[in-house]
Design a protein around this ligand. Structure first.
Ligand code: TXA
Ligand code: MG
Length: 342
């Protein structure tokens, strides 16, 4: 299949992309979190095409993207808690799980009677949804199991020739996927996936928030995660990932000991001066400025994938405050939960 590459500045190109969506085709587009692989959320066949292009299990539900928070009423049963969330955090990196209405086909929701709704703040995404005139179902625009894509070049690597079009609008600002919450009752939420909106921000706005176990821990085979996608070995680079947990000085010493090990790459922060200069270390960002680390993480895991000499990646287990919880969650999943206490 010939894949059309469209610039995010090309208004007419975005109209062409919107037409493709309306007619049941697939378009990768930028959002503020990661690139999405979009199809009409109202056509059941379109969702199946997404699963095929990504090589994704079809019990994994898709997020439905809207251009305004008010549109949610057309597709799901919304209440006060949704509107409070919308007022504070939409448009933005938040997905809210609600009871779906019949208009959303079951293959978009992986057979669930709930649907995840999100209003991206990226202007190109907003335009595409408005021009399409239909809600857009979109998972992250990567091959299933690979790190999410935060640049059009990543999308081209994974999906060129498999989809109808790719809209290129440079790097995604946040770099990690949206925060997912389900509404459990009045003002009461469950955090299913941490992301651009932090647990602290939700609590500061007066919401009671419980943390789904799958965010920080591996589930037993018998346990079903609240967000089905959380059970897959996601965000995984080709090389193995191992995380060290313990006093930070001891962790840094353990990482330093790996400086001459064949095939080993050490992930560290700018501030780790003794590690940052080693020949096999890779700086992931700032330990203090966690937004910066979040922004770079997936692109970095992809870059490492291109270096065939790297067989094993080692890093400190991240701290869980603020957007750190999202970095923690993505890294333990990339590591397949391989955490060594030191
Ligand atoms: O930032 C994002 O959320 C990006 C951009 C493109 O919007 N999308 C994204 O989609 O990350 P995806 O498909 O890679 O991840 C969606 C996650 C999965 O873990 C899925 O299980 C969960 O959302 N999810 C979607 N609908 C759900 C539902 N009805 N109930 C529970 N979890 C749901
Ligand atoms: Mg994904």
């Amino acid at each position: 299949m010939e894949t059309l590459i469209i610039s995010g500045n090309d208004d007419n190109g975005i109209r062409i992309a919107a037409n493709i969506i309306r007619e049941g085709g697939l378009v990768a587009f930028p959002t503020e979190t990661v690139y999405g692989l979009g199809a009409s959320a109202l056509l059941s066949g379109a969702a199946k095409k997404i699963y095929a292009a990504k090589g994704r299990p079809s019990d994994n539900p898709l997020i439905v993207h809207l251009s305004t928070p008010e549109d949610a009423e057309k597709f799901a049963y919304v209440g006060d808690t949704y509107f409070k969330l919308a007022e504070k955090f939409m448009p933005g990196p938040l997905t809210v799980i609600l009871q779906k209405k019949d208009i959303i086909p079951f293959d978009v929701t992986g057979g669930l009677d709930t649907v995840g709704l999100r209003v991206p703040s990226n202007p190109v995404a907003n335009k595409l949804i408005r021009y399409a005139g239909v809600p857009i179902a979109a998972p992250s625009a990567n091959l299933s199991g690979k790190p999410s894509t935060t640049r059009a070049s990543h999308v081209i690597n994974d999906l060129y020739g498999r989809i109808d079009a790719i809209i290129d609008a440079g790097e995604c600002i946040i770099g990690l996927e949206s925060t997912i919450v389900s509404v459990e009752g009045d003002n009461s939420l469950k955090l299913l996936r941490p992301g651009g909106i932090t647990l602290e921000q939700l609590k500061e706005c007066g919401f009671r928030v419980s943390l789904d176990k799958a965010v920080t821990q591996k589930l037993d085979d018998s346990e079903r995660p609240a967000a089905p996608g959380m059970k897959y070995r996601h965000y995984a680079p080709r090389a193995s990932v191992t995380l060290f947990d313990g006093d930070y000085e001891i962790v840094k010493r353990k990482l330093y000991e790996l400086r001459d090990v064949d095939g080993a790459a050490i992930l560290c922060y700018y501030e780790d001066t003794e590690l940052a200069g080693l020949k096999n270390s890779i700086v992931i960002g700032s330990r203090i400025d966690k937004q910066n680390t979040a922004h770079r993480l997936f692109a970095l895991l992809r870059d490492i994938d291109c270096d065939s000499s790297v067989k094993d990646i080692y890093a400190a287990l991240p701290e869980k405050d603020g957007i750190g919880l999202a970095i923690f969650n993505r890294l333990i999943k990339a590591a397949g939960y391989r955490v060594i206490k030191v």
